[in-house]
Design a protein around this ligand. Sequence first.
Ligand code: HEC
Length: 140
Amino acid sequence: MTLAHRPIGRGKVGFGRLLVFAIGGSATLPRYERRIGPIIAPQFRIPSSPADVDEGAALYATYCQRCHGVDAVSGGSVPDLRHREEATHHAFDAIVRGGERRTSGMPSFADNLTTDQVRCIHAYLLDRTRQTAERRRDTR
Ligand code: HEC
């Protein structure tokens, strides 16, 4: 891994918060706010086949799952990849291979993945987003 692809410092995963405890302290923790809103079907489209989606699922499990969660369901400390702004879709390769967010703990995968493999992961994530959005509609 070259220096340019490493997160700055030791790297950081998620939006951490520091809790400091004092013996005899009486402060209460801030109220828990759930960050994840409803998942809606994406308007964004990329050219892909069912085989690409399968390939993307396998690559996701190898490279992304440990931080972004099993089946692309985030535990909440890193972004849920089924929740992405239009601009993030356009910047997908720049984030994943280009290391655009490495100062916030999202490493570059330029040494591990080709542009075509990143397209397959993107296709898999769009597919997961669609599946989740449809399932919610069914249960309503
Ligand atoms: C070491 C943990 C880690 C791994 C592994 C990881 N990510 Fe991330 N990722 C992060 C963090 C942390 C962020 C949030 C960065 C920020 O706050 O801007 C992030 C953000 C992102 C974003 C931007 C999301 C948004 O809505 O702004 C995308 C897209 C993304 N990751 C894709 C991937 C893909 C695809 C993989 C696998 C190839 C992957 N990540 C692997 C930690 C990781």
